[in-house]
Design a protein around this ligand. Structure first.
Ligand code: PEP
Ligand code: MN
Length: 264
């Protein structure tokens, strides 16, 4: 169902007037985790000034260690709802269990399924039965074929509003957190009719590589780039090392605009 052979034209998902997979590629930016209303608000206020319409933030964090910050849960989603309403932003947040999907639809606009859950088939099937767009991330060790089948799980249950996100895969290379598989973008665009995004934060894990990788993402035809921005990354409860602060984020956006690859 997600194949180009089944449907030749691109799937465009419109939320609050923002087109995912439309003519203009977009930026999906926001903190790694929702930590407080004030923290998300600082990012959202800057988004509004810059004309950005989409904000991300995790409320359920799939952390490697059980002793790391696990997210605010439903309270985090409530914060996103308040921010989304206040600034007219599209909100994106990860849900990790089928039991929370219905509840999440009350608060957020796009449900993210994270890399670690790309082959959580019960979660995929349940996501196929909700009436919200799903942003599906590529698994850490998933082939393109497995990634496409994961999307198929969602669509086959009835939810056609699915978008894909390349977020780096595990290789032997240790200089970056993961290896950004940039060729996945045109491949997925050829093989499927779904919108395709590139997450430059979780793929590289390096602040100094965010801009060149974002440029590569736009240049190679992605429908948008995801990047993390936090008012004070040094004290962030997750991904402190690679989030941009707000001035750095504004410079990042300016450089992308100057490159002509991203039109705003
Ligand atoms: C995230 O986007 O917050 C995240 C945890 O990403 P991933 O699932 O790609 O690791
Ligand atoms: Mn993160």
């Amino acid at each position: 169902l997600v194949s180009r052979k089944k449907k030749a034209e691109d799937t465009v998902i419109t939320v609050k007037g923002v087109e995912f997979g439309g003519k203009s590629p977009i930026l999906i930016a926001g903190p790694c985790s929702v930590e407080s209303y004030e923290q998300v608000r600082a990012v959202a206020e800057n988004h509004a000034k810059r004309g950005l319409r989409t904000i991300r933030g995790g409320a359920y964090k799939p952390r490697t260690s059980p002793y790391d910050f696990q997210g605010l849960g439903e309270e985090g989603l409530q914060i996103l709802k308040r921010i989304g309403d206040e600034f007219n932003l599209v909100t994106i947040s990860e849900i990790v269990t089928p039991a929370d999907l219905e509840m999440a639809t009350k608060y957020i606009d796009v449900i993210q399924i994270g890399a670690r859950n790309m082959q959580n088939f019960e979660l995929l099937k349940a996501a196929g039965r909700v009436n919200k767009p799903i942003l599906l991330k590529r698994g850490l060790s998933a082939t393109i074929e497995e990634f496409i089948y994961a999307a198929e799980y969602i669509v086959s249950e009835g939810n056609t509003q699915v978008m894909l996100c390349e977020r780096g895969i595990r290789t032997y290379e240790k200089a970056t957190r993961n290896t950004l598989d940039i060729s996945a973008v045109p491949l997925l665009k050829q093989e499927t009719h779904l919108p395709v995004f590139v997450d430059v934060t979780h793929s590289t894990g390096r602040r100094d590589l965010l801009l060149p990788c974002a440029k590569a993402g736009f240049a190679i035809g992605s429908d948008g780039v995801m990047v993390e921005v936090h008012p004070d990354p040094d004290v962030a409860l997750s991904d402190a090392k690679q989030q941009l602060n707000i001035p750095q984020f504004n410079e990042f956006v300016d450089e992308l605009l100057a490159s002509g690859l991203y039109k705003g």
